[in-house]
Design a protein around this ligand. Sequence first.
Ligand code: 13P
Length: 292
Amino acid sequence: MAIVNAKEMMLKATAEKYAVGAFNCTNLIQMEAVVEAAVEAKAPLILQASVAPSKFLGPQVIGAIYKTLAESAPIPICLHLDHCNDVEFCKVCADAGYTNIMIDASKQEFSENIRQTKEVVDYCHGLGNISVEGELGTVSGVEDQVKVAEDEAQLCDPEQALEFVDQTGIDIFAPAIGTAHGVYKTKNPKLDFDRLEKIASLINGQQLRVPLVIHGGTGLQPDVAKKLVSLGGSKFNVSTDLKHTLIDTTYDYISGHRDEYNPGKIDVAVKEAIKDKIKYWIDLLGCAGKAQ
Ligand code: 13P
């Protein structure tokens, strides 16, 4: 009942000027925590798995967990494959039930990025209700197997963005506008808001066609996150914050309970800590109560 692709929920989010939280998970406890928090907040949700956890657990296992959690949840939930630079693995995950696939060919030449992205779009659309995310320009930092040095990162060219969207047929679009994966070195990273505004107006100015994605959510100040949403970002990715929460909570629990050998207690502590984080992001992005 609650299995949806990303585009459907993002069209509504863009029109109503909020963003759907897209949260990277690496295991079952995180996935359950994220879903429970979103259900409690009545928020639409995008669960994300990047390539390493998808390979480690297996796309079928992740797909089955997603299906079980989403079918019993009273909110729309999408399962997104994050930053996959392998066209064939994109297809494997689409076959396994992921409902949004991100082909990240952003390090390729423009024409090759278009070719690979279009191949994934054609495949996913052929399967049915699966949306596809493409990226142009490169987001610096490390997200799983995709690493981009700060001095290599390139911002998205707005005119090329329009051509990319038109030629690939993608459903949702991630333009590089200066956000980065990981922990920002400064409290106020230099983001190109004007560029995002121009891209939004070129692609969606006449008619809302292809909703926009913001990468690198961790560490952005609340006013910055809100501004990115007001300029059209309607999928907002958060990964590092949740990894730190998982590891710090586990470390703190073990350090404080050296004689405890019930692993379920670590899971409970991690789940509560992740839920608190998710609720923070859901409130900030304005998507609480939007799961209609
Ligand atoms: P952060 O790790 O900076 O939150 O970025 C997440 C992201 O953009 C995943 O694609």
